[in-house]
Design a protein around this ligand. Structure first.
Ligand SMILES: NC(=O)c1ccc[n+]([C@@H]2O[C@H](COP(=O)([O-])OP(=O)(O)OC[C@H]3O[C@@H](n4cnc5c(N)ncnc54)[C@H](O)[C@@H]3O)[C@@H](O)[C@H]2O)c1
Length: 416
C-alpha cells in the first residue's frame, strides 16, 4: 500500500450508534453535512455497527466527536476509545495485514494525535510506530474536517483538504489518497501538529471576529446607534471584514477555542484574547434575553404570561444540528421565567429537541396562534416565505419582534 500501488477501495462506515447506522443506510445524515443520496449507489460502501466487519483494514479514518466537558475542557474520551479499538484491531497477533495508516480527522489541539493517540495504538497493537523498514508497523496522519454544515455551496469535495503524515512517505501517501477524490485539491502540511493547530485556529479566528462584533453591538446599543448601519458603512473600506453579531453554538466554533486555551494553560500560558472572545460569545443568549425583557417592560400593556414564538432552533441556519444551540438555552431560560414558549423549526428532529429540553417543537407555525414576543432566530431557507406581513398576522399590535437574521424591517423590530 505505501509503495504507491493502485488500491481497490472497499469502504466501511463504522459507528457504535446502531440508530445512526440505520439512518445512514436509509440515506439520512442527521448533521445535514452530506448529499447522502450519492452514497447509496456506491457498491463498495458498507455501513455497520459490527466491529467484526473491520477485518483487514489498511486505512482507518477517525471522525469521532471531540466535545468539551462541563468545565469547558477537552473531552478526549471518544478519541481515546477509538484509538484503543484500532490498536486492538491491528494487534500484531490478530491482524493478517501490516503497515496500517490511521488518519485522524476530529478537531484536536496540537499534540493529541502523536502524544495521546499513537501511544495507545502502540500499546494495544504491540506494533512499532513509524518503522523505517515497514514491518510490524503502523503509521498515522492528521487531516482536519473542514466542512461547513448547512452550506450547500462549499461541499466536501470543494474544500481544500489539509493533510499530514507521521513520516515523509506516509505524508505523501495520505496527500495522494485525499487528492484522488477532493476536487479542490490538497495542502500537505509540514507536520501533524501544524495541521492540528491550523484547524483549531480557523475556528478560533472566526470566534474572535464574531465576539468583536458582538461586543460592538452591545456597546452601540448603549450608545443608541444602529450596529448594522455602522457595519455597512465600515464595510465600504476594502480591508474591513464584515461579520454580523449573533449566537455562536454548535460543536466547532464554540468548542474548538477551548481546546487551544486548554493546551495553552497546560504549558502555563494565559490566553487573554481567545478566552475573552469565548466569554463574550457564550453569554450572548443571556444578553439577548436581557434586551427582550427590556423592551417588554417598555410596553404599555403588561403581559401576565408572555406567549413566545421562536423561529429556528438549531445552532445555525440551514442545519438541523441542535448541539450547543444558544437558542435552546434561551428557550429554557424563558420557560424558567414563566413564559409560554412555542418552538418552530422545519428541519430539526423534534424528538431530539424534546429529549434535550422537554419542550415540544413544531415544523410549522401552529395555526390560529398569536404571540406577544416573536424571535426570528435563523434564516433557514424554509423561512424564506416569512415577511413583515406574515409576522403581522401572528402578532398583536404590541408584539415585540426580535430579528437575529436582519431580514425584517420596521419600527417594532429589534436586532442584536
Ligand atoms: N460535522 C462537521 O461539520 C464538522 C466540521 C469540522 C470538524 N468536525 C469535527 O469532526 C469530529 C466529528 O464531528 P461530527 O459532527 O461528525 O460528530 P458526530 O457526533 O455527528 O459523529 C461522530 C460519530 O462518532 C461515533 N463514535 C463515537 N465513538 C466511537 C467509536 N469509538 N467507534 C465508532 N464510532 C464512534 C458516534 O456514535 C457518532 O455517530 C469532531 O471532532 C468535530 O469537531 C466536524
Amino acid at each position: 500500500m505505501i509503495s504507491g500501488k493502485k488500491i481497490n477501495r472497499r469502504i466501511i462506515g463504522y459507528d457504535l450508534d446502531k440508530i445512526r447506522i440505520e439512518e445512514l443506510k436509509n440515506g439520512i445524515d442527521r448533521n445535514s453535512d452530506s448529499e447522502i443520496n450519492n452514497f447509496q449507489n456506491i457498491e463498495s460502501l458498507e455501513f455497520t455497527d459490527k466491529i467484526d466487519r473491520l477485518k483487514n483494514i489498511d486505512v482507518f479514518i477517525v471522525t469521532v466527536p471531540t466535545p468539551i466537558n462541563k468545565k469547558k475542557e477537552p473531552d478526549l474520551s471518544f478519541i481515546i476509545e477509538a484509538s484503543r479499538t484500532i490498536g486492538n484491531l491491528i494487534n500484531r497477533d490478530n491482524s493478517t495485514n501490516d503497515n496500517q495508516i490511521i488518519i485522524y480527522e476530529s478537531t484536536v489541539y496540537p499534540g493529541v494525535t502523536e502524544d495521546i493517540c499513537v501511544p495507545l495504538i502502540k500499546k494495544f497493537s504491540k506494533k512499532i510506530f513509524n518503522s523505517d523498514n515497514y514491518q510490524n508497523s503502523f503509521y498515522c496522519g492528521y487531516s482536519p474536517e473542514r466542512i461547513n454544515p448547512g452550506d450547500t455551496e462549499n461541499t466536501i469535495e470543494k474544500i481544500k483538504k489539509v493533510t499530514s503524515g507521521s513520516n515523509k512517505k506516509v505524508a505523501y501517501w495520505i496527500d495522494s489518497f485525499y487528492a484522488s477524490f477532493i476536487k479542490a485539491g490538497t495542502y500537505k502540511s509540514k507536520s501533524i501538529k501544524v495541521a492540528e493547530a491550523a484547524k483549531i485556529i480557523e475556528n478560533t479566528q472566526r470566534d474572535i471576529n464574531i465576539a468583536l462584533v458582538n461586543e460592538l453591538a452591545i456597546l452601540f446599543k448603549k450608545l443608541n446607534l444602529d450596529t448594522n448601519d455602522i457595519l455597512e458603512t465600515a464595510a465600504t473600506k476594502w480591508n474591513f471584514h464584515k461579520y454580523k453579531p449573533g449566537l455562536v453554538g454548535g460543536h466547532c466554533i464554540g468548542v474548538d477555542p477551548y481546546y487551544l486555551t486548554f493546551k495553552a494553560k497546560e504549558i502555563g500560558f494565559q490566553t487573554d484574547l481567545i478566552t475573552s472572545g469565548r466569554k463574550i460569545n457564550d453569554r450572548m443568549y443571556k444578553y439577548l434575553l436581557e434586551q427582550i425583557l427590556l423592551q417588554a417592560r417598555k410596553r404599555k400593556i403588561i403581559q401576565q404570561k408572555e406567549k413566545v414564538l421562536i423561529l429556528g432552533i438549531s445552532y445555525k441556519e440551514n442545519c438541523s444540528d441542535i448541539r450547543n444551540s444558544q437558542i435552546l438555552l434561551l428557550a429554557e431560560k424563558m420557560i424558567k421565567q414563566n413564559m409560554d414558549v412555542t418552538l418552530v423549526d422545519p428541519i430539526v428532529n423534534s424528538q431530539k429537541v424534546f429529549e434535550k429540553i422537554k419542550i415540544k417543537s413544531y415544523r410549522s407555525i401552529p395555526e390560529e396562534m398569536k404571540f406577544t414576543l416573536i424571535i426570528l432566530a435563523l434564516n433557514h431557507k424554509e423561512f424564506n416565505f416569512l415577511s413583515n406581513q406574515k409576522i403581522k398576522k401572528i402578532s398583536y399590535p404590541e408584539t415585540i419582534i426580535f430579528d437575529l437574521t436582519y431580514k425584517l424591517i420596521g419600527d417594532n423590530i429589534f436586532y442584536l
